[in-house]
Design a protein around this ligand. Structure first.
Ligand SMILES: Cc1ncc(COP(=O)(O)O)c(C=O)c1O
Length: 400
């Protein structure tokens, strides 16, 4: 008999972490593998942010903070929403947690009853369905095909809503597709949601600053102000400021939800690290030129990868509009044979083949709820990306 709780039986470990571990295992055997599995910026955290953390630690900001976060960090976040999103939230409308992931976990724990449904437009961030299941909910996966730009349409949304729908998840720019919703896209979804008052909206805007081709970001809350009392805007410093390890995420939303999330936070981990919160104040209130520099680097890399992948016979790729991933279509490889005679049955087999024969780690589309694709992260140098493309090209060319 296992002593592990039965709720764990439905939850899978993170697929992107698994891809990265498989790459590490091969490396440990001396194989030269390029790991494009995990998604985190490869830049160091800007100096002024690190300096603010040093200062905070030396100044004695080393105690527990309020569960929702320090007043300073929540005011800095409110300032960010005003400045960048045209949204009027006060410090009381905001909570911080250990990453956007914990924000999402707390929000689901605060709201899901057994059997409540959460609509997940696919391809989705790998953690969404696992968190929903872990907390007793039912993920309702809505496949959003490449022909709709991997975006949820009003018709698809309307069809997926039931009386049990508790949450709609949106993520823009999206991981893994890079899809972005325009203001009119969001308003059209909002018109459907207005008819279904039982549905809460979780808008995960963590890749907000990584947008390409001159696009402007529009927050869901800005596009649909009439839905504000059931909208949770999720964001964080991980991706914009190269601060994945600092573990600071935040949310703005309706008071009863935030209060419940703070209660969970206070009884599970008390607060976010006080020093990381001080660093976040510096990130949000300080100079933003590094954010712009990161964005430009990600756009150059996107261009390089789109150009390289599109030249490979057998792969397809719609240029992502933001974030730092590309979601590569591999339909024409399915059913074909590798040089060792293995039939590529699905995208997991393609990803596996690229790892073992191409020495490039990727994550198969099955992990994101939409196949046949595989995701590679572009959060690495142009030299490494160029080498990875040439390896993928060589491996694909050998498929019979
Ligand atoms: C869509 C999305 N949301 C949330 C996260 C997690 O962010 P954090 O580091 O703030 O927990 C990620 C990280 O990969 C992500 O891709």
């Amino acid at each position: 008999m296992s002593y592990i709780a039965s709720r764990l039986s439905v939850v899978k470990p993170s697929a992107s972490m698994a891809a990265s571990q498989a790459a590490k295992a091969l490396r440990a055997k001396g194989v030269d593998v390029i790991d494009l599995g995990l998604g985190e910026p490869d830049f160091p955290t800007p100096h002024h942010i690190v300096d603010a953390a040093h200062f905070a630690a030396k100044a004695g900001q080393t105690l527990y903070t309020a569960a929702a976060g320090t007043v300073e960090v929540r005011e800095a976040i409110a300032g960010k929403f005003r400045r960048e999103n045209g949204l009027d939230y006060t410090a009381d409308d905001i909570v911080v947690a250990n990453g956007a992931k914990q924000i999402i976990f707390n929000a689901l724990m605060a709201t899901l009853e057994t059997g409540d449904e959460a609509i997940l437009p696919a391809p989705y961030f790998v953690s969404y369905p696992e968190m929903v299941k872990l907390l007793g909910g039912t993920p309702i996966v809505v496949e959003c095909p490449e022909t709709t730009g991997f975006r949820l349409t009003p018709a698809l949304l309307e069809k997926a809503i039931t009386p049990r729908t508790k949450w709609l998840f949106l993520n823009m720019p999206g991981n893994p597709s890079g899809a972005v919703y325009s203001e009119s896209d969001l308003k059209a979804l909002g018109a459907v949601l207005a008819k279904h008052p039982q549905v809460l909206i979780l808008s995960d805007e963590i890749y907000e600053h990584i947008l390409f081709d001159g696009r402007e970001f529009v927050s869901f809350a800005k596009a649909c102000p009439e839905l504000r009392d059931r909208t949770l805007i999720v964001n964080g410093v991980s991706k914009s400021y190269a601060m994945t390890g600092w573990r600071v995420g935040y949310a703005a939303g309706p008071t009863p939800l935030l209060k419940a999330m703070s209660t969970i936070q206070s009884q599970s981990c008390t607060s976010v690290c006080s020093i990381a919160q001080a660093a976040t104040v510096a990130a949000l209130n300080g100079p933003q030129d590094e954010v712009a520099r990161f964005r430009q680097a990600f756009e150059r890399r996107r261009d390089l990868v789109v150009d390289g992948i599109r030249k490979i016979n057998g792969l397809t790729l719609s240029p992502p509009e933001g974030a730092f991933y590309v979601y590569i279509g591999c339909a024409s490889l399915i059913g074909r044979k590798t040089p060792k005679g293995v039939v590529l049955e699905d995208d997991a087999a393609v990803s596996n083949y690229l790892l073992n024969e191409g020495r490039v780690a990727s994550v198969p589309g099955v992990a994101y709820g939409l196949s046949p694709y595989f995701r590679i992260s572009t959060a690495t140098s142009e030299e490494v990306l160029a080498e990875a493309i040439s390896r993928i090209n060589a491996a694909v060319a050998q498929v019979e």
